[in-house]
Design a protein around this ligand. Structure first.
Ligand code: HEC
Length: 148
């Protein structure tokens, strides 16, 4: 490998690492069956936390919202190209319609961030609204990108 090529690869690697750092801090980059297992685990956590967050107040509500935000951040790393086959309900549309999937994902991430902000501020109306938006975001993505 020429020096120029090596430098280009090194820079690309550094940029990728810098971009991925905030998310990677929560877990290693995954692939294949590990990615499938991890995203199912994260989704289960998100689902369970949504249920308990509904009736939670104060610190418990704050902790629940934080768990949902953190779990969604990691979910973003759990759909690599090599995790389409196996024990998964993820539909091929995730990879053939990546723009649409990213949009569905971003909508959920935004709603989760709103939920956390509402938990921090103690604004009941904002909490209720964000909770409803987040619930809709789950359904929206599942309808399009998850097998029943
Ligand atoms: C951007 C898309 C997307 C969003 C948003 C999303 N999910 Fe999912 N979810 C999926 C996909 C895809 C699967 C299937 C994963 C697999 O089987 O590999 C899944 C699976 C699940 C599962 C089953 C996990 C298992 O063990 O098989 C649960 C529970 C779940 N999601 C809950 C939720 C809840 C609750 C929300 C909203 C707070 C949510 N999801 C938001 C895409 C999404």
């Amino acid at each position: 490998m020429s020096l120029n090529k090596m430098t280009a690869w090194s820079i690309a690697g550094l940029v990728a690492m810098a971009l991925a750092a905030p998310v990677l801090a929560q877990g290693d980059m995954l692939s294949g069956a590990d990615a499938i297992a991890r995203r199912q685990e994260l989704m289960t956590t998100i689902g369970g936390t949504m249920r308990s967050a509904g009736g939670a107040t104060g610190d418990a509500r704050l902790a629940a919202a934080q768990t949902i935000v953190d779990s969604f951040a990691e979910v973003g790393m759990a759909f690599p190209e090599d995790s389409q086959e196996g024990d998964t309900k993820a539909l091929p549309a995730i990879w053939t319609d990546q723009g649409g999937f990213m949009q569905a994902y971003t909508t959920a991430v935004t709603a989760a961030a709103d939920l956390l902000a509402a938990a921090e501020s103690g604004d009941e109306a904002a909490w209720g609204l964000a909770f409803k938006d987040l619930g809709a975001a789950c359904g929206n993505c599942h309808t399009q990108y998850r097998a029943n």
